[in-house]
Design a protein around this ligand. Structure first.
Ligand SMILES: [Zn+2]
Ligand SMILES: [Zn+2]
Length: 258
């Protein structure tokens, strides 16, 4: 409760960043010519001076090829957030850390084998259990594990909350509800993998109804979201549906009416 109050009081209005962008480095779908699509997820959040890498994709050679194409300098990334310990989200972590061992890694859980590698490379790593703030307007939901430990990133912006999820194993609507419970602001955008969407049309309508009741203004289903679910979101959200793919950059203004 103390954490909730602190978050709400300090960041209730959402800070301005002087530049906020999300670049999709790794995704199942193609977008930018020359960037490789592959099963997995990774994106770079630039929020003012902060640069946070959310997930690292599966194959480090594809990750490095894509960041080269996108002109991203690993040395400028000081924070890495791993959503959960599935290979398609953390496969690139240690090859990246060999090139940028100064970054701090936030994980929902780790293994003894990973700790050996962290120690060998002298990497600062933090296991996140409860919601925490990791930068200006930047928060982690904390571990939402119900079998698979997973956390999501929340960016509190003047436009509202931007929520980035990896696979959403705990359920994407549960993640959105938790983010809203932590920071009492409207939800501007939710992007990431929306795992295990219902097979039936009725079930999909229920999910979209839940998104609407949570006040989600824009959606960017990515990664493991199946094509049928993407089509439902696209039909329901129209111009507020954002197609995500490897190499796509989303830029956000500080204006409330974007
Ligand atoms: Zn995944
Ligand atoms: Zn997963």
């Amino acid at each position: 409760m103390i954490i909730v109050l602190v978050i709400f009081c300090v960041w209730g209005a959402g800070p301005s960043y002087g530049g906020l962008s999300i670049t999709v480095v790794y995704d199942n779908s193609p977008y930018l010519e020359g960037a490789t699509a592959d099963w997995g997820f990774s994106c770079l959040v630039k929020a003012g001076r902060e640069k946070i890498l959310f997930d690292t994709g599966k194959d480090s050679s594809i990750f490095f090829s894509n960041i080269t194409k996108l002109g991203i300098d690993l040395k400028t990334i000081n924070t890495i957030v791993i959503s959960h310990l599935h290979e398609d989200h953390f496969g690139g972590l240690f090859p990246i850390m060999e090139k940028q061992p100064k970054a701090t890694v936030f994980l929902p859980t780790s293994t003894p084998e990973m700790q050996v590698q962290f120690q060998a490379l002298k990497i600062r790593n933090i296991t996140v259990e409860k919601p925490i703030q990791i930068g200006k307007g930047l928060f982690l939901t904390g571990d939402m594990g119900t079998g698979i430990n997973e956390q999501a990133l929340i960016i509190n912006t003047p436009l509202g909350l931007i929520i980035i999820a990896g696979c959403s194993h705990p359920g994407i609507t549960n993640i959105i509800s938790k983010a809203k419970g932590l920071i009492h602001r409207p939800v501007y955008l939710v992007i990431g993998g929306f795992h295990s969407m219902p097979e039936t049309t009725e079930g999909m309508f229920e999910v979209i109804e839940k998104f609407r009741s949570l006040g989600v203004r824009k959606v960017g289903p990515a990664h493991c979201t199946d094509e049928k679910a993407k089509a439902f979101f696209k039909a329901a959200y129209g111009k507020n549906y954002i197609s995500i793919g490897a190499g796509k950059t989303l830029n956000f203004s500080n204006k409330k009416n974007e």
